[in-house]
Each structure stands twice: as C-alpha cells, then as structure tokens.
Write a protein that binds this ligand. Structure first.
Ligand code: ADP
Length: 261
C-alpha cells in the first residue's frame, strides 16, 4: 500500500478486491464491465493504491491512434526526439495502465495491446524498432460499458478473451447511501432520500431513458445540496438534465422528485 498517500475511498461490494489482487499477482489483464458512474474508475484507483503501483489512465475515443498510446517522434530545437506514450510509460515503469471505455477506441488501435496480454508481455514499438518487455508490476486494465454496445463499437472476441472480466453494477441500496453520504459529506438522511429517488428512476429505464442515474450523478447532486442549493433545483440540474433532453421524460422524473423530496 502507498504509505504516504491516503487510500482513495472505495466501498467494496463483493470479492472484487481479492480477485483483482490475484490477477495482479498472476500478471493477468483485467476487464471491468459495468454501467457508467458505478465505481469502476474509483476501484482501479483504489487497487493501484493498495498494490502501490503508479496508475496511468487513458480515456479512449475513436480518434485514439497507436501513436497516442505508444509514442511518437517530436521535433524539438531542430532535433527529433522520441516521446513515450502512456502505454509505453506504464510498460517501462511497471504501472497499472487503465484504458477507460476501451470500446470507444478503433480496433486497429486496440490490437497494440495484444502482445502485452499474453505470457510474453511484450510491446513492440514499430517506429523505433524496439521491443519492450513489461516491467514487473505492469498490468493492463480496461473498462467497458456493455450498455453502449452497438454494431460498430463491439468489443472483439479476439481481444476480450485476453482478459479476466469483473462484472460491476450499481452498489446495493445501503452501500450507495453510505457512498453518497461519504463522498458529498451530507447527512445520512439526505443521502438516503437521494438514493431512494435514484432507485425509483432506475425502474423507469424502459420508458425513454437511455441511461439510468448513476452513483456519480447522485454524488454530484448531494454535493450541490451540501453547499446550500435547494434540493429540487439540485436534482433538476445534476440528476435530471444530464440524463435527458426529452421534456416529457424530464417531466416524469421531476414528478418523482416532487414526490420523494
Ligand atoms: P465509472 O464506473 O464510470 O468509472 P467512477 O468510478 O468514476 O465511475 O464513479 C463515479 C463516482 O461515484 C466516484 O467518483 C465516486 O464518488 C462514486 N462511487 C461509485 N461507486 C463507488 C464505490 N464503490 N466506492 C466509492 N465511491 C464510489
């Protein structure tokens, strides 16, 4: 554990901490599946702290190139210098490299991780002709939201079979209440009310909501309430508006807020 920094707060839900530790010890890559805002990133931050490894995070997007991950030559003062990308840095330093929302990245970019996920743990750098062997402690972790899956952005079986998959979901009612109270520093009763509201909203999933309210949105709402914003207004701007542009759906959610608060 990193002695000089406090642990990132993480409320565990099952065996995920022990499983991740085993994967790290066995040099297995990990895929964390679960909805947006359910604690995947916080979990990885917590595990990097527990394992005392640096954490290098990359938010994946469809323009992400192999050079963005591996590195590129840059011209500086008339000379060309090589600059490592985040994946290469993690490989050299023995860090945990977290590729957030990996399905957003193009398949031709994703294949660069393949040789790192087999027993050789190699990273070939075509542009310099180097092949790096991952330093001890290096681990590849990716996150993936199965709800976003569609024809163009599928997570290819040839890639996903290289990972151990940990399945995440929103916390239990009790744990979510504890998280919101802790993260936003609000009384338990306030957190309880918001979580109750979120659970009602989550039941509306089939009625026009592309995504249900996440723990992240609840924490944001509670933070606004903690600094004096009136509860209904906080719910409107931090819980409802981020979820929908549809006035009818927003109206239905606002009705739930009126009943709950
Ligand atoms: P994502 O699944 O999108 O990576 P995050 O890990 O960023 O979600 O979680 C969003 C926020 O929700 C965190 O910043 C934290 O405030 C809160 N959160 C969610 N789950 C947990 C948890 N199990 N323990 C502590 N905080 C959590």
């Amino acid at each position: 554990m990193a002695a000089d920094t406090p642990a990132p707060y993480y409320a565990a839900s099952a065996e995920e901490i022990a499983l991740f530790e085993h994967c790290h010890a066995q040099e297995l890559a990990v895929m964390i599946k679960g909805p947006t805002g359910c604690g995947k990133t916080r979990f990885v931050e917590h595990m990097a702290w527990r394992l005392d490894r640096p954490l290098i995070t990359v938010a994946c997007h469809d323009d992400l190139s192999v050079s963005d991950l591996v590195g590129r030559f840059l011209v500086r003062d008339d000379t060309t210098v090589w600059q490592d990308g985040p994946l290469t840095r993690a490989v050299r330093e023995g860090a945990i490299c977290y590729l957030d929302e990996i399905v957003e990245a193009r398949q031709d970019t994703v294949v660069v991780i393949h040789s790192l996920t087999d027993h050789r743990r190699l990273l070939p750098i075509d542009k310099t002709g180097e092949t790096l062997t991952a330093a001890p402690g290096f681990q590849l972790v990716v996150s993936y939201n199965p709800g976003y899956q569609h024809a163009l952005k599928d997570f290819k079986p040839s890639t996903r079979q290289r990972f151990v998959a940990l399945e995440f979901d929103f916390p239990t009612f009790e744990r979510e209440t504890e998280i919101v109270a802790y993260e936003a520093d609000v009384p338990r009763a306030t957190a309880h009310g918001l979580v109750e509201l979120a659970w009602r909203m989550r039941r509306l999933e089939d009625r026009g909501l592309a995504e249900v309210p996440s723990t992240r949105l609840l924490v944001a709402t509670a933070r606004l309430i903690a600094c004096g914003v009136e509860a209904r207004q906080a719910c409107r701007v931090a819980l409802i508006a981020p979820l929908t542009d549809d006035p009818e759906v927003a109206g239905a959610l606002a009705d739930l807020v009126d009943v709950a608060l």
